[in-house]
Design a protein around this ligand. Structure first.
Ligand code: ASP
Ligand code: MG
Length: 408
C-alpha cells in the first residue's frame, strides 16, 4: 500500500466524461489498496476565460481580486470530481487551498508556498476517503486567496506529495510523458523513460511546457518521486524524473531539445568599457520588473564594448523604451533589437563528461546555413538564439544530429 498524489491537468478535467474517467482511474488505485490524494486543475480554457473576463472590467486587473476570480476554476473541478467519485461508490472530500491551509506569501498571481497543513488530509485518508485538492491556489497569512502562477497546479501536486511524504507524485496530462522534443515539430520525437531532475529543470526553464518550473524545483528540494503520465491511456509508465545519482540506466548524452519563441533580443552598442556599465544598462530593466535571460558582453575594443541580452517578447517594447531613455546617460552609440527570434537549446547531463557537443551543434546549424546570433551555455545545456524562421528546421536537424530519434 502506497500513498500516491495524482495531479490532473485541465484537459483531463475538460468535460464531465473526462472527469468520470479520472474518477475511475482513482478507483482503480483505491482498489489496489493505495491511499490517493488528487490535485486538479480547472477545466481546460477556464483560467484563460476568467482572466479575459477580468480584463473586460479592468485592463490591468487588481491582483488580489484577480486571484479571487481565477481561483474559482479549480473550486469547480474539485466539487465535480468529488461527486464523480461518490457516484461510483468511493468516499471523497474536496478541499480548496484555504481549507487545506496551503499557506503562501502574499505575491498575488505568483505566490510561493510556505507551509502546508496536512492534518485534515491525514484524517480523511485514515478514514478511507479520497482527498481532492484544488491546485494553483493558496491562502496568505492574512487570509487572502492567492494563486501560484500559470501551470501552478503542478506545484500544488508536488508540494502536497512533499508535505505528505507520498511514495509517488503522478502528473497526468495530455501527453504520455516527457519527450525528446515537441512531437508537433519533430514527429520522430521519443518519450523518455527517465529524465534527471536537473535536465527537467533546464527543459522547463527553456520553454518545455510539460511541468511548471517551480514544481520541478520543489521535487528536487524534497526529493519527490515524480512521474509524468497520460490520463488518456489505461497503461503506460510515462516518464520518471530521477535524481542523477540513482539513475543507473543507460542514458543518452543529450536528453532533449527545448525551444522558446517568447523572447526578444536587445543590443546596446558602443558603450564605454568601464566599471558599472552592465549595472547601468540592466538596472533600469530590472527595476521595471522585466526578466532578463541571456546576457552577453563582448571584450572591449578601444575603450568601447557591445552588450546584448534577451527579454520576454511581451516586454520588448517596454525594455527598448527604457533603454532609449537612459541611452544618453550610459553613452551608448545605438540601441536596437529584434523580436523575431527564438532560442533553441540542447540539454543533457552527459555534457559533463563528453566533449564535442557544442561543435556538433554548431556544425549542424552551419550545414543548414542557419546563423547563430547569440550563444550561452551552462554545465548541462547549450542555447543559441536564431532568427525565428529557422526554429522548426533547427530543432529537426539537431534532433537528428544527436540521434534522439533512436533509443540510446
Ligand atoms: N488552471 C491554472 C492554469 O491554467 C493552473 C493549472 O492548470 O495548473 O494556469
Ligand atoms: Mg499544466
Amino acid at each position: 500500500m502506497a500513498l500516491i498524489v495524482q495531479k490532473y491537468g485541465g484537459t483531463s478535467m475538460g468535460s464531465p466524461e473526462r472527469i468520470k474517467s479520472v474518477a475511475r482511474r482513482v478507483a482503480r488505485y483505491r482498489a489496489q489498496g493505495h491511499e490517493v490524494v488528487v490535485v486538479v486543475s480547472a477545466m481546460s480554457g477556464e483560467t484563460n476565460r476568467l482572466i479575459a473576463l477580468a480584463k473586460e472590467i479592468q485592463a490591468q486587473p487588481d491582483p488580489r481580486e484577480l486571484d479571487v476570480i481565477i481561483s474559482t476554476g479549480e473550486q469547480v473541478t474539485i466539487g465535480l470530481l468529488s461527486m464523480a467519485l461518490k457516484d461510483i461508490g468511493l468516499d471523497a472530500r474536496s478541499y480548496t487551498g484555504t481549507q487545506v491551509k496551503i499557506l503562501t506569501d502574499s505575491s498575488h498571481t505568483k505566490a510561493r508556498i510556505q507551509h502546508i497543513d496536512e492534518s485534515a488530509m491525514r484524517t480523511d485518508l485514515k478514514a478511507g476517503r479520497v482527498v481532492v485538492v484544488a491546485g494553483f491556489q493558496g491562502v496568505d497569512a492574512e487570509g487572502n486567496i492567492t494563486t501560484l502562477g500559470r501551470g501552478g497546479s503542478d506545484t500544488t501536486g508536488v508540494a502536497l506529495a512533499a508535505a505528505l511524504k507520498a511514495d509517488e507524485c503522478q502528473i497526468y496530462t495530455d501527453v504520455d510523458g516527457v519527450y525528446t522534443t515537441d512531437p508537433r515539430v519533430v514527429p520522430e520525437a521519443r518519450r523518455l523513460k527517465t529524465v534527471t531532475f536537473e535536465e527537467m529543470l533546464e527543459m522547463a526553464s527553456l520553454g518545455s511546457k510539460v511541468l511548471q518550473i517551480r514544481s520541478v524545483e520543489f521535487a528536487g528540494k524534497y526529493k519527490v518521486k515524480l512521474r509524468v503520465l497520460s490520463s488518456f491511456q489505461e497503461e503506460g509508465e510515462g516518464t520518471l524524473i530521477t535524481f542523477e545519482e540513482e539513475d543507473n540506466m543507460e542514458k543518452a548524452i543529450i536528453s532533449g531539445i527545448a525551444f522558446n519563441r517568447d523572447e526578444a533580443r536587445i543590443n546596446v552598442t558602443g558603450v564605454p568599457d568601464k566599471p558599472g556599465i552592465a549595472y547601468q544598462i540592466l538596472g533600469p530593466v530590472a527595476d521595471a520588473n522585466i526578466d532578463v535571460d541571456m546576457i552577453i558582453q563582448n571584450v572591449g575594443i578601444e575603450g568601447h564594448t557591445d552588450f546584448s541580452f534577451t527579454v520576454p517578447r511581451n516586454d520588448y517594447q517596454k525594455a527598448l523604451a527604457i533603454l532609449e531613455g537612459v541611452q544618453g546617460h550610459i553613452g551608448a552609440k545605438s540601441i536596437s533589437g529584434d523580436d523575431k527570434i527564438c532560442k533553441v537549446s540542447v540539454v543533457g547531463v552527459g555534457m559533463r563528461s563528453h566533449v564535442g557537443i557544442a561543435s556538433t551543434m554548431f556544425r549542424t546549424l552551419a550545414e543548414e546555413g542557419i546563423n547563430i546570433q547569440m550563444i550561452s551555455t551552462s554545465e548541462i545545456k547549450i542555447s543559441v538564439v536564431l532568427d525565428e524562421k529557422y526554429l522548426e528546421l533547427a530543432v529537426r536537424v539537431l534532433h537528428k544530429a544527436f540521434s534522439l530519434d533512436q533509443e540510446p
